[in-house]
Design a protein around this ligand. Structure first.
Ligand code: ADP
Ligand code: MG
Length: 365
């Protein structure tokens, strides 16, 4: 019998009438992080804290049958979800006292449920987005046509300085309309599994061009953008539009976090395996509790936020096989590092080790 108990994948603990441990199998030891030898006679409460064991053992047979299953979360020795049920021994033999607790690890099931919920949510979202994109398409078209007309009118103006200035404004507007159009298409792409069309690019150029598009937004606020793009950063194979989208979303968030003014520092870096871009703002920062939620669709702390920006960032980075790293301190700012895998990583290992100390002091192995 002992051998069979030890072979079970389920944790099994026998309690006496005082709810102390009188037997535990190996799976129980592993899941709860104790040794039976030293745990014998110790109240189960110590290991499974969330349960009122005294109440449990006081239940009559009818109530027992209600307490079939429960799920609990434990943090020691590992973070897990456990499903357990308790069977009073008296239910089997009146003369017996105490109970048997049987539990199993449902962490993986929990995670896959969470994943399928995410997928479902994304599906609903993509349907919605398709609808919205369609609705936006028509006014966007019309804006584009009117901007073209405006452009023509401006071309006929006599005052040359006015002409130049107005032309620039129209140019920016048209670029923005173009970008909106790309965003919508990109957005739909980001929701569907998409394979990036990768070409070797300098990340520095993509950052610069993104900043260029955002020029007015930046100068409108008391915002300073400092960039540092070392010459020796190699190209990396990325999808230009997608990565610009990523940069745009990230920079936008940084600017919004510094609404009262601040400095956004951007630099590129390399390691043996990655080429990266780092965005460091001294804005609001992110509450550590909310850090995990920032990729969730619709999670926003802004009155006019969509809560989609970081989800798209995550999607695109995932499609590129890249990584996102965030350090943030509320009230002090946020440092976001995006790393794109280098294709020449393997070849690189054969080369002389690169000098790795990149500005900002970031070091890699
Ligand atoms: N640089 C940052 N500084 C502070 N908070 C940020 C930053 N980047 C993202 N966040 C937080 O993450 C949330 C989600 O961002 P995002 O998905 O882009 O949606 P949105 O910008 O529409 O709110 C933001 O509402 C904000 O709370
Ligand atoms: Mg955003």
């Amino acid at each position: 019998m002992e051998t069979i108990f030890q072979a079970l994948e389920e944790g099994l603990i026998v309690l006496n009438r005082e709810a102390q441990i009188s037997y535990a199998n190996r799976a129980a030891e592993q899941m709860l992080g104790f040794k039976f030898k030293s745990a014998q006679g110790i109240p189960i409460q110590r290991y499974l804290k969330d349960i009122h064991w005294d109440l449990v053992l006081d239940l009559d047979e009818y109530e027992w049958s209600k307490l079939v299953r429960r799920e609990i979360e434990i943090t020691y020795p590992q973070h897990r979800f456990m499903e357990f049920y308790v069977v009073p021994l008296a239910a089997i033999d009146e003369k017996e006292e105490g109970a048997v607790v049987i539990f199993r690890d449902v962490t993986r099931e929990r995670e896959s449920t969470a994943e399928s919920i995410e997928t479902e949510r994304l599906y609903a979202l993509s349907l919605l987005a398709a609808g919205v994109a369609h609705e936006i398409g028509n006014p966007l078209n019309s804006i584009n046509i009117h901007l073209q007309l405006l452009d023509r009118e401006i071309g006929a103006l006599k005052d040359e300085t006015a002409r130049e200035e107005l032309k620039e404004l129209v140019d920016i507007s048209r670029k923005e309309v173009g970008r909106l159009d790309t965003i919508i298409r990109q957005f739909l792409k980001a929701l569907r599994p998409s394979i990036p069309e990768r070409k070797p690019m300098k990340l520095a150029r993509l950052v610069k061009e993104t900043l260029e598009v955002m020029r007015h937004e930046i100068s409108d606020r008391r915002m300073l953008v400092e960039t540092d793009f070392p010459e020796n950063i190699p190209v990396v194979a990325v999808d230009e539009t997608q990565v610009k989208q990523v940069f745009f979303n990230v920079i936008k968030n940084a600017l919004q976090a510094m609404a009262d003014g601040g400095v956004l520092k951007i630099h590129t870096l390399k390691s043996d395996r990655f080429i990266g871009a780092v965005f460091e703002d001294n804005g609001l920062g992110i509450d550590p509790e909310k850090l995990g939620a920032i990729y969730e669709p619709f999670h926003t702390t802004k009155a006019e936020g969509s809560g989609l920006g970081m989800m798209i960032v995550q999607r695109i980075m995932r499609d590129h096989g890249g990584e996102i790293e965030i350090h943030s301190e509320p009230g002090r700012g946020t440092k976001l590092t995006l790393r794109f895998p280098r294709e020449d990583a393997r070849i690189n290992l054969l080369e002389a080790p690169a000098q790795e100390k990149v500005n900002g002091g970031e070091e890699y192995d």
